[in-house]
Design a binder for this molecule. Structure first.
Ligand SMILES: Nc1nc2c(c(=O)[nH]1)N[C@H]1C(S)=C(S)[C@@H](COP(=O)(O)OP(=O)(O)OC[C@H]3O[C@@H](n4cnc5c(=O)[nH]c(N)nc54)[C@H](O)[C@@H]3O)O[C@H]1N2
Ligand SMILES: Nc1nc2c(c(=O)[nH]1)N[C@H]1C(S)=C(S)[C@@H](COP(=O)(O)OP(=O)(O)OC[C@H]3O[C@@H](n4cnc5c(=O)[nH]c(N)nc54)[C@H](O)[C@@H]3O)O[C@H]1N2
Ligand code: SF4
Ligand SMILES: [Mo]
Length: 780
């Protein structure tokens, strides 16, 4: 059985009237010769993006042989995109890690679990003895399961007591998290994916949905090509497949989102397109917002953003005329200049138009990674478990009671350390132990030359848990072989709060173990205890962990107390909050237009969006939001690295349909790897012509920090913008175990060789979408 989701990425259309249910369409892919009736099916959800499509895994003879979309799942109604259909094949790749590895005489060699874990525990003890908890750092993922994160968070925050725990969600959706907290008081996207079936207007900001949430785009295409299609406004410097469908495409100069969004708000106010009743009753901050955005008239904004003033007016009119508006933000906002400030303006537009808490109306501060939401909820990034506020002593005390530790044990004297700061401490030598789980920073962090030099240091003990010998694992002192999705049980939550259970379909290869087991054996090795001398971590299975997590979320916004593994089996995923009084979950938040901004309840006291200065409890209380949403305003400032004579182009990076991040999975799925085997550089046709470059010429793109070389592709990007996918690290021969050092590549291909060490002042999300570069044609 084969269907072609490589060429026909979004599959056949199933159009419907607004508000009618989205028709089902089941996508399936099985190995050659395998029949649907001959396999066992195991329930799961796809882990190759934050849409979290319901998926069943086909097993025959103890081996994965295919997948099928779950028809009854509310997220995808049976559909799967290219990664979902083909990406699972990475699980069976012959180069999976099957034993622990330890560095011995400079080289990695196979070791037993006892030897490897003893080494990890001994080194932790030694660092704790000599440097204290601040010598320890942990960097985790947006791709493990809720139970893995919650266990790690407890070990690190409740046991070891270091604030140096962050996740790659910092690179991904930290801004989503912070923007939601700033505007609505707590994290959690308010809307439902069904709002895409109902809306009459869509506003997509820095989101290439056609490539990055392919099943959601199929859902949108069913509207665009059906009766009463929604109007579409897109903000992206590139002419993406999404932009091609837009009524208004604003191809802004990278780094100018905030000016544009201020301009749109100014037009809404000027044209009387504000829902004044909603604003008066349910928000605070309008006067200051109106004062700030008044400076952004269409001509001024046109000059800053490099788009026509008339197009800004048109976009504002489409948004202003909407009766049911859905807006999304993603990496073109979050990884860009003024990330949180810009994301908050999209929240503001939603509020100014009163488009929240109603069917067909919402803002989506979208996620990217499949389990990023759980990293945030479990506090495995810079948050405190259960959307608690680390600045609120009552919240910390409450958590300490649930964990049975002293409140002072949980580090809350300063903001949890973000990954760029963790790297800085490792560079300076105050962090001596770093455990990286489920992420590949030697490709995905900015300014790779620097990251490699930090990770390679002798004085830093680097532990990596992964399923493959990645660029990062190749630099480690100990590598722990991890079981992947489909080989372990657990839950995760997508970007409309839908929680899925993923069953174990097959055994992990060799001695690979689930992350939860790895963390539990670490906790046992360190002998971590609660304040009564009992083991700190009180569970030994994923389900027991889930039950414990339910208790720490009770009464918090992400309330899981009404869920159970049993309830998640069989049907669709279920949206939190799911409680005794809402046993089937909750489709939309804030339907009563009461927001989580009470000072005693909120997750964050807020920040100055321009400087990032954190407010104190008193500042928040003085605002008096008390259940009203907060309209936050900020002026635009130019980006850190403007183009210059020497480097006249703006470099940006992102994704292609067929690959996921650093390709550790999609590079091992034949159909996906064949569809995008090599990197490339996108140039605007006029820029290419001026440089004498034609399609396919090898070009060199160089920033102040590094360069990459790849063949040119001429596209409809705005002039002055250069784009490269960030998927291609230096291990282009996948499974290469020959060297633990970054080779001096003949042709470097990683986008992050070029990017800079800079982050958003509020969310601390690195700015990988903006760097000044030169471009030239290579002669050979
Ligand atoms: N195929 C595929 N899908 C994925 C992933 C993947 O790796 N591959 N990863 C998943 C993850 S973790 C994430 S976070 C999401 C990311 O999903 P997206 O955010 O949709 O993907 P990106 O390509 O990173 O960036 C989106 C767009 O931002 C634009 N952009 C660049 N600079 C600016 C700017 O200054 N302003 C504006 N408005 N736009 C700008 C780029 O041109 C690009 O088209 O995708 C998820 N889905
Ligand atoms: N220039 C540039 N840089 C970027 C971005 C960009 O757009 N441009 N995007 C950023 C974003 S949004 C993201 S999300 C990051 C992604 O960056 P990374 O997180 O570094 O990317 P991945 O390749 O997904 O790495 C995940 C690793 O986890 C492993 N893994 C998967 N499942 C499991 C598991 O169950 N257990 C364990 N232990 N390991 C597992 C995989 O094999 C893989 O090595 O990159 C960021 N960097
Ligand atoms: S849209 Fe995302 S979750 Fe759905 S199949 Fe594709 S990669 Fe998987
Ligand atoms: Mo991401």
């Amino acid at each position: 059985m084969s269907i072609n989701r490589i060429e026909d990425v979004w599959g056949p259309r199933t159009p419907h009237l607004p508000g009618d249910p989205w028709p089902a369409r089941v996508d399936m892919y099985l190995d050659e010769g395998v029949r649907e009736s001959d396999v066992e099916w195991h329930q799961s959800a796809c882990v190759l993006c934050s849409n979290g499509c319901g998926i069943d895994i086909a097993v025959q003879g103890g081996r994965m042989v295919g997948v099928r979309g779950r028809e009854q799942d509310r997220v995808n109604h049976g559909r799967l995109g290219p990664k979902g259909l083909f990406g699972w094949q990475a699980n069976r790749s012959p180069d999976r890690l099957t034993t622990p590895l330890v560095r011995d005489g400079g080289e990695l060699r196979a070791a037993s679990w006892d030897e490897a874990m003893n080494l990890v525990v001994e080194r932790s003890r030694e660092v704790l003895r000599r440097h204290g908890p601040l010598g320890m750092g942990f960097f985790t993922s947006g791709q493990l399961f809720l139970e893995d994160y919650y266990t790690l968070g407890l070990i690190v925050r409740g046991g070891i007591g270091t604030p140096h725990l962050d996740a790659n969600t910092r690179l991904c959706t930290a801004t989503s998290d912070f923007a939601l907290k700033e505007s609505f008081g707590t994290d959690g996207d308010p809307g439902s994916l069904a709002d895409f079936d109902l809306c009459d207007t869509l506003f997509l900001v820095g989101h290439n949905m056609a490539e990055t949430h392919t099943v959601l785009w199929a859902r949108v295409l069913d509207r665009l090509e059906g009766p009463e299609p929604p109007r579409l406004v897109v903000v992206d410097p590139r002419r993406t497949a999404v932009a091609e469908r837009a009524e208004v495409h604003l191809a802004v100069r990278p780094g100018t989102n905030l000016a544009l969004l201020n301009g749109i708000q100014a037009a809404l106010i000027r044209n009387g397109m504000v829902d004044t009743d909603f604003v008066d009753q349910h928000t605070i901050g309008f006067d200051r917002l109106a004062e700030v955005v008044a400076a952004y008239d269409p001509d001024t904004v046109a000059g800053i953003c490099g788009v026509a003033a008339a197009d800004i007016e048109r976009a504002a009119r489409v948004i202003g005329e909407a009766q049911r508006l859905v807006s999304t933000c993603l990496q073109g906002v979050y990884q860009s200049h003024e990330a949180t400030a810009s994301a908050c303006q999209v929240n503001n537009i939603t509020l100014l138009r009163g488009m929240i808490g109603k069917p067909g109306c919402s803002v989506f501060q979208l996620n990217g990674q499949p389990t990023a939401q759980n990293t945030r909820e479990t506090g495995a990034d810079g948050d405190l478990v259960g959307m608690r506020n680390w600045q609120n002593p009552q919240h910390v005390a409450d958590l300490a009671r649930l964990w049975n530790v002293e409140p002072a044990q949980i580090p809350s004297w300063a903001p949890p350390t973000h990954i760029m700061q963790i790297m800085r401490y490792a560079e300076e030598g105050s962090i001596r132990f770093l455990w990286v789980s489920g992420t590949n920073p030697a490709v995905s962090l900015p300014e790779l030359h620097r990251i490699r030099s930090i990770l390679k240091q002798d004085r830093l003990f680097l532990v990596v848990s992964d399923a493959f010998l990645t660029e990062t694992a190749a630099l480690a002192d100990v590598v722990l072989p991890a079981a992947l999705w489909g080989e372990k049980v657990g839950t995760y939550t997508n970007h409309d709060r839908t929680v899925h259970l993923s069953e174990r379909a097959v055994q992990p290869p060799g001695e690979a173990k689930p992350d939860l087991e790895i963390f539990l054996s670490y906790a046992a090795g360190l002998g971590l205890q609660d304040k009564d001398g009992q083991p700190l971590v009180k569970w030994s299975t994923p389900e027991e962990c889930f039950e414990a997590f339910k208790e720490v979320t009770r009464g918090r916004p992400c309330d899981y107390s009404g869920l159970s593994y049993a309830k998640l089996r069989g049907g669709s995923g279920i949206q939190w909050p799911c409680t005794e009084s809402a046993p089937e979950g909750t489709e939309r938040l804030y339907t009563d237009h009461r927001f989580n901004t009470d000072t005693a309840y909120c997750e964050d006291y807020g920040h100055d969006l321009t400087t990032g200065a954190a407010f104190e409890r008193k500042d928040h209380a003085d605002l008096g939001a008390a259940g009203r949403a907060i309209l936050k305003a900020a002026h635009h400032h130019p980006p850190h690295e403007p183009p210059s004579e020497e480097r006249p182009f703006l470099f940006t990076s992102g994704r292609t349909t067929y690959h996921f991040h650093t390709r550790t999975k999609t590079g091992r799925a034949r159909q996906l790897q064949d569809a995008a085997p090599r990197p490339w550089v996108e140039l605007a046709a006029a820029d290419a012509e001026a440089l004498g470059i034609v399609e396919g010429d090898l070009v060199r793109v160089e920033s102040a920090r590094g360069h990459l070389e790849a063949p040119a592709r001429l596209t409809g990007s705005r002039e002055g913008v250069v784009f490269a996918p960030f998927h291609y690290g230096y291990r282009d021969r996948l499974g290469d175990t020959s060297s633990s050092d970054a080779p001096e590549q003949a042709h470097p291909t990683a986008a992050n060789e070029l990017t800079l060490t800079a982050w958003d002042p509020v969310s601390k999300q690195p700015q990988v979408k903006l760097a000044a570069v030169s471009v030239k044609k290579m002669t050979s």
